[in-house]
Every structure is written in C-alpha cells, then in structure tokens.
Design a protein around this ligand. Structure first.
Ligand SMILES: [Zn+2]
Length: 215
C-alpha cells in the first residue's frame, strides 16, 4: 500500500481505510454489485469542522484559487450531497462565495434548496471522486439552471486513473489533494471475497466495525 502525503494524513486521521491483503480483515461493499479494497470517509473530518480547514486551504492553493483577487471569479460553490456538503461549505466559507449542494432525483441530481445565478460561474467540489458520475450529474443540474461551470473540479481524493473528467461541458481538469487509490470490482470478480475477507456494507455507518477489526 502506498500513500501520498495527504493520503497518509487521511489514513492517520482514520478517515481512509485500505485493505492490506490480510484475509481476516473486512473490505467494503459499495453496493450490491460493487466491492472495493478501500473507502474514504470524509465525515471523519467533517464531524470536527476545524479538521477541514487545512485540507481545503491547500486544495484552494493547488487550484490556484487561494490568492486574494482570484476569488471573485466564481459566484457559488456546489457539491453533491451527502459527502461533499461539508467540503463545499468550507470552500465557500474560505472564498466568501455562495454555497449549495445537489440532491438525488431519479437517476439525476437537482438543486432543490439552492439556486444558481444565470451565466455566473459555479465551482464544483467533491469529497471523493470515484467514477466522477455524481460530479457530472451536479454539472448537469447547474447547467439546467443557466449557471456556468467553472472549468476545473476540486476534490479531496480522486480515484480517477487520469487527471481529467469527461463532462457535458467538456473535459475538465480534476485537482485532487490525494490520489491514493484503491480498487473496485464487480462482486463476482472480487479477489478479497475469494480470499475469504468479509464484505461490509454501508461503510460510513459501520466505520468502526470496518476500521478496528483485528487492528
Ligand atoms: Zn468482495
């Protein structure tokens, strides 16, 4: 297991779990059909809001948005509920912008409680980007209301193999604090199940069970 510096920080805060190959340790059922060797639980940071301050500050520097004068370039910061809500809130707080989040509706996402201003730039941020499909749905919700998507996405952790995401508004760079990865498989192909490792569903709700088993 190799962790980059922020991956190491998330790990030491117990917000990142990565299976180490020991069969007695559990792994993650992301859904009925997808299993993973790891999980990022951003709520471990969000439950103590001060813990979010530094990573968001560094993310903004990495996105070159941390300097005064560059902050007026977008009007609002939007994340995808639930995990991205505290991240978007902290980015909006540090950049003195409006904040909001999209919620699931059918197969898509909508801005149910927030609005975007027509033709104003909206920055999309996430806690973790796995396939990027939630961010894509959030972008579609912003576009549907006439907002313009800022040409860059920020996230604490990215599992994408590349550094960009294909979206309806083009290929957008994804700026991530950490790219510490873990694997996902269909259940039928999950090597950890084959190894005899137990799969734990709803990892956030069962975080203690997942991260303290046999440690
Ligand atoms: Zn499995």
């Amino acid at each position: 297991m190799s962790l980059d510096p922020w991956g190491n920080t998330f790990w030491s805060l117990n917000a990142l779990y990565i299976h180490d190959g020991v069969s007695k340790r559990p792994h993650v059922a992301l859904s009925d059909t997808v299993h993973a060797s790891g999980y990022f639980n951003s709520f471990i940071l969000a439950e103590r809001p001060r813990l979010l301050s530094k990573p968001i500050d560094e993310l903004l520097v990495k996105m070159r948005l941390g300097r005064p004068g560059s902050l007026q370039s977008f009007d609002a910061v939007i994340g995808s509920a639930d995990g991205s809500i505290p991240v978007a809130f902290e980015v909006a707080r540090q950049t003195d912008c409006r904040f909001g989040y999209t919620e699931k509706q059918g197969d898509g996402r909508v801005l149910r409680r927030f609005d975007v201003r027509r033709n104003r730039l909206v920055l999309v941020v996430e806690d973790v980007i796995t396939t990027g499909q939630e961010a894509v749905k959030t972008i579609m919700a912003i576009e549907a209301l006439g907002g313009q998507v800022y040409p860059m996405i920020g996230t604490l952790l990215s599992l994408l193999s590349g550094e960009t995401l294909a979206t309806p508004v083009g290929e957008l760079p994804v700026v991530a604090l950490s790219r510490t990865g873990f694997d996902t498989w269909s259940v039928a192909e999950c090597p950890l199940c084959r190894l005899g490792s137990r799969a734990i569903a709803r990892p956030r709700a069962n975080w203690k069970d997942l991260t303290t088993s046999l440690k």
